[in-house]
Design a binder for this molecule. Structure first.
Ligand SMILES: [Zn+2]
Length: 271
């Protein structure tokens, strides 16, 4: 298993997992390169709600989504409120949030669909994106795991929603955890640490690293453990193991930028 940046021409790069077979689905993680946004959003900012010029974001989305062989006009985006709601995307949802943040699926942080060529589109900078694929029922999903979503077990909840709606079996699912802020760069407060300690007694000693009065949280590993607890097989879960903060010149990092920055996107669609 591997995560690598694949060149797509015009200084565009797409992060892809070898775990996901190209003949069944299309997926990718964007980088900062190849867009038209100006600092501090330079250059391929893909989020409409962060203060960048709308025209620039739409051009960036067009470039990136087109490079994946999909249409930017049909992407579907969640509002992303750091909650745990999962939404089933239907054909009529194509294009929701594509041109206006106000039209994104409200109150949701995870999307799933069995509709072909309907890209699920999640924007982030440091949070953990989890991409899911059920090759048996041909279903894809995407979940937004910031610390709040992760605390609420959003990745596992998404698998459960796939089970309820499509008959997905967790053991048949493939999961990929995208670039996110690494444990070495993600210091959290005592209260956040306590939430995880109380909610995940079996994993907290592994995902919370404490030294010299500093507590650091490994979000990617927490998401992996949650997926395993839900029944996914360890050998069917891949993790990019790339820190967005250490690589803020390649990906956007909310923490590295002190808040004002662009967003990369994770995209997945059934072929
Ligand atoms: Zn780092």
């Amino acid at each position: 298993m591997a995560f690598s940046l694949v060149p797509k021409g015009e200084n565009l790069w797409v992060g892809q997992f070898s775990l996901f077979a190209e003949d069944f689905l299309t997926h990718g993680i964007s980088t900062r390169f190849g867009g038209v946004s100006r600092p501090p959003y330079d250059s391929l900012n893909l989020a409409l709600q962060v203060g960048d010029e709308t025209a620039a974001v739409l051009e960036n989305r067009r470039r990136f989504v087109t490079a994946l062989g999909l249409s930017a006009a049909t992407i579907c985006t969640p509002e992303q409120v750091h909650g745990s709601q999962v939404y089933q995307v239907k054909q009529e949802d194509a294009g929701r949030g594509a041109f206006s943040y106000a039209e994104a699926i409200p109150g949701t942080d995870a999307l799933m669909t069995d509709v072909p060529n309907l890209p699920l589109f999640l924007c982030y900078a440091d949070c953990t994106p989890v991409l899911l694929f059920d090759p048996v029922h041909r279903v894809v999903a995407i979940a937004h795991g910031g610390w709040k979503g992760t605390l609420q077990n959003i990745a596992a909840r998404t698998v459960r929603a796939m089970e309820d709606s499509f008959g997905t079996k967790a053991a048949e699912c493939l999961a990929a955890i995208g670039p996110a802020i690494g444990a070495e760069c993600y210091e959290v407060g005592e209260e956040t640490a306590r939430f995880f300690r109380e909610t995940y007694p079996a994993s907290f000693s592994e995902v919370l690293q404490q030294e010299n009065g500093h507590i650091r949280l490994n979000l990617a590993l927490m998401n992996r453990r949650q997926l395993e607890a839900e029944g996914l097989l360890p050998e069917r879960i891949d993790s990019a193991a790339v820190c967005t903060r250490c690589n803020a010149q390649v990906f956007y990092s909310y923490r590295a930028a002190g808040g004002k920055t662009g967003r990369i996107a994770a995209v997945i669609a059934i072929r």
